[in-house]
Design a protein around this ligand. Structure first.
Ligand SMILES: *[C@@H]1O[C@H](CO)[C@@H](O)[C@H](O)[C@H]1NC(C)=O
Ligand SMILES: *[C@@H]1O[C@H](CO)[C@@H](O)[C@H](O)[C@H]1NC(C)=O
Ligand SMILES: *[C@@H]1O[C@H](CO)[C@@H](O)[C@H](O)[C@H]1NC(C)=O
Ligand SMILES: *[C@@H]1O[C@H](CO)[C@@H](O)[C@H](O)[C@H]1NC(C)=O
Ligand SMILES: *[C@@H]1O[C@H](CO)[C@@H](O)[C@H](O)[C@H]1NC(C)=O
Ligand SMILES: *[C@@H]1O[C@H](CO)[C@@H](O)[C@H](O)[C@H]1NC(C)=O
Length: 571
């Protein structure tokens, strides 16, 4: 789900209200309202603070009238269609899925419109920003948060996955954001006017995929075939699969479809990598509606993960997944992986607006995470953290979660050796730093680009070169293929190395300090920055990046919360 849908939801909240008021006034929508609507819709997809606040304020009135959920869905659908915000079937599907959640959250929350609109990043006024930051700073009583935790489970008792530990250099494969589309149709229309196409009509959708669509399953298989070939010379020690399995057809999903996407891909991965350790994480698209997660409502999702991940995890890990969507694995003596459930980081998870859905209460992930790291520290283990939604503004992360995450990364900077994430479909770097001064690097978060081509990306995967003696990432190889070339008659989907990090950025090693130095240099060295920018979107559609653009993307590297991002930009 993109912020565009959220805008339409809020727009609709506003419109619904006006229409109901008008309806009550003898089925007559007065000119003033029509004018207002036209003005707002002319803002197109631009996110407006004013609109959000107006929508939220008016929604209060809507709540006062105690409208039924059915009425909210129906009226919002009608208006969405009439205003041509999306095509009628898309409007109907989105409102059916999201309007009841927005409604319920607004009923249960005591947020003022201003605060809510800031939390959802619609508002950027200095005043509401300060209010938001003050709130965060209160929450972020990190000393208390980081206090020693009671043991959740004694991880020392955990059996390593590898009896004989790996030594020397090996490779870690990261697959992320596969988003395969079971309804992809070669020769269909890629520009159908819906959020996802290539399923119907006649057009140029190629055999292997289209830059405007998600990819067919045979493309995923073709990619796995090549990975197996590459693995013959670069031995893959384990696979990290950082989530997002279903296609982007958020308006026509249901639980059964989401379950099937996760099931199909888990089976495919276990078929192609039967003898390799596979470590999955849950993506925001695995849920229905996409992005929305709260317990116990979404227990079906955890049950799904529990059953689909059976080939990959042992009983204790699966039990943890069933309970909370996170788990930890001891790969071999001294090397652990922690897989997080990042719905807490999802700004589009409206349930995060509920006070009682605060992550410490929801499934104790923070306490558990800290406790596992404490034990790892005591047992002399290094930890790789994997997850779906990273703390970088491109992913619109929840600031509350990212403040906490940042403090944890700092506290355990000697324990956490790497962080592998996805979600943005971009090839991004994120460098964490100390919370007091933001001058000392504390950790490195790699955000790998998507396997799906949606939107305008080449298909890709990544191999990290990993030293199994020191437990450090020593380099990585980013692979991509040329989809246009593959779709030509007789063409092949052929993967090549887009770049290797050490060479591209001319680095002595891949320590957080070295990444920090590189990213600092982005600020002054446009040539070096362009090396980053060239691969950022992993796209055949090239764009240039002026000084403002360079500043923005450089600040993304350091901006793990919106406050830090703003400070970096100097706004
Ligand atoms: C709102 O409507 C529901 C049924 O539609 C009813 O159960 C509830 O009591 C009503 N609440 C108020 C405050 O009127
Ligand atoms: C194709 O279009 C038809 C008619 O609009 C619709 O009923 C059908 O669901 C569409 N198929 C897919 C896979 O979207
Ligand atoms: C979370 O912590 C509370 C209080 O310590 C405990 O009662 C509860 O069982 C924990 N929940 C999970 C999912 O571990
Ligand atoms: C990808 O392939 C197309 C079609 O063969 C070609 O025109 C294009 O230059 C290629 N792109 C790159 C980056 O090689
Ligand atoms: C595609 O692969 C086949 C089999 O490996 C090969 O014979 C053919 O020449 C390749 N085509 C192109 C355009 O590279
Ligand atoms: C800028 O970066 C490029 C690429 O790494 C490097 O060759 C060049 O020497 C750098 N320029 C300066 C002034 O440091």
């Amino acid at each position: 789900m993109s912020i565009k849908y959220l805008t339409s939801v809020l727009l609709v909240l506003f419109v619904v209200n006006q229409c109901i008021i008008a309806h009550e006034n003898n089925h007559h929508i007065d000119n003033e309202v029509v004018e207002k609507l036209q003005k707002i819709s002319s803002l197109s997809a631009k996110i407006s603070c004013e609109l959000c606040e107006v929508g939220a304020v008016l929604f209060d009135g809507f709540l006062e009238r105690n409208a039924s959920v059915e009425e909210v869905i129906k009226t919002s659908t009608d208006i969405c269609s009439a205003m041509k915000i999306q095509q009628p079937d898309v409007c109907a599907g989105i409102m059916f899925a999201y309007a009841p959640i927005v409604y319920q959250v607004l009923i249960e929350t005591d947020l003022t419109p201003t605060v809510m609109c800031h939390k959802l990043r619609f508002c950027t006024s200095t005043e509401s920003k300060m209010q938001h930051y003050n709130e965060l700073n209160q929450v972020a009583s990190m000393a208390a948060l980081l206090q020693t935790k009671p043991n959740y489970k004694d991880t020392k008792l955990q059996k390593p996955k590898m009896d004989t530990p790996y030594t020397g250099i090996g490779y870690i494969l990261q697959l992320t954001d596969i988003h395969y589309d079971p309804y992809y149709l070669e020769g269909s229309d890629p520009l159908c006017g819906k959020p996802l196409c290539c399923r119907n009509g006649t057009g140029s959708a190629g055999f292997y995929g289209d830059y405007s669509c998600d990819i067919p399953l045979h493309t995923v298989k073709a990619i796995f075939e090549q990975i197996l070939e590459i693995g013959k010379t670069m031995p893959i020690r384990f696979v990290v699969h950082t989530g997002d399995n279903p296609p982007h057809d958020v308006w026509m999903q249901d639980e059964a479809r989401q379950i099937s996407s996760t099931d199909v891909l888990a089976s495919l991965i276990s078929t192609y990598f039967p003898d390799t350790i596979v470590l999955p994480s849950v993506g925001n698209h695995e849920s229905w509606p996409s992005d929305e997660y709260i317990l116990p409502k979404k227990q079906w999702l955890l049950d799904t993960l529990h059953s689909c991940w059976t080939p990959f995890l042992d009983d204790a890990e699966l039990e943890s997944v069933k309970k909370a969507g996170y788990y930890t694995t001891l790969l071999q003596t001294g090397l652990r992986v922690i897989s997080l459930n990042t719905f807490d980081a999802d700004i589009l998870n409206f349930y995060n607006l509920l006070k009682h859905s605060n992550m410490d209460i929801k499934n104790n992930q923070t306490d558990w995470f800290i406790n596992v790291l404490e034990q790892a520290e005591a047992n002399n283990e290094k930890v790789i953290v994997i997850g779906h939604i990273p703390c970088t503004l491109k992913s619109d992360p929840n600031d509350h979660w990212c403040e906490v995450y940042q403090a944890i990364v700092e506290r355990f900077s000697q324990v956490i050796t790497a962080q592998f994430y996805g979600h943005t479909h971009y090839d991004q770097l994120v460098v964490f730093s100390d919370t007091a001064t933001h001058t000392k690097p504390t950790g490195m978060n790699y955000v790998a680009p998507s396997m799906t081509t949606y939107m305008h990306h080449e298909p890709s995967f990544r191999l990290y070169e990993f030293d199994f003696d020191t437990y450090e990432v020593t380099n990585y190889y980013q692979y991509h293929a040329n989809l246009s070339q593959a779709n030509e008659p007789g063409g092949n989907l052929t993967f090549t190395v887009a770049y290797s990090a050490k060479e591209l950025f001319d680095m002595p090693d891949l320590s957080p300090q070295s990444w920090w130095n590189v990213a600092q240099e982005f600020k002054t060295n446009a040539t070096l920055f362009d090396n980053y920018y060239k691969h950022l979107a992993n796209s055949p559609f090239k764009s240039t990046c002026d000084d403002a653009c360079r500043k923005k993307w450089t600040c993304e590297v350091f901006g793990v919360t919106s406050q830090l991002f703003d400070q970096c930009l100097g706004v």
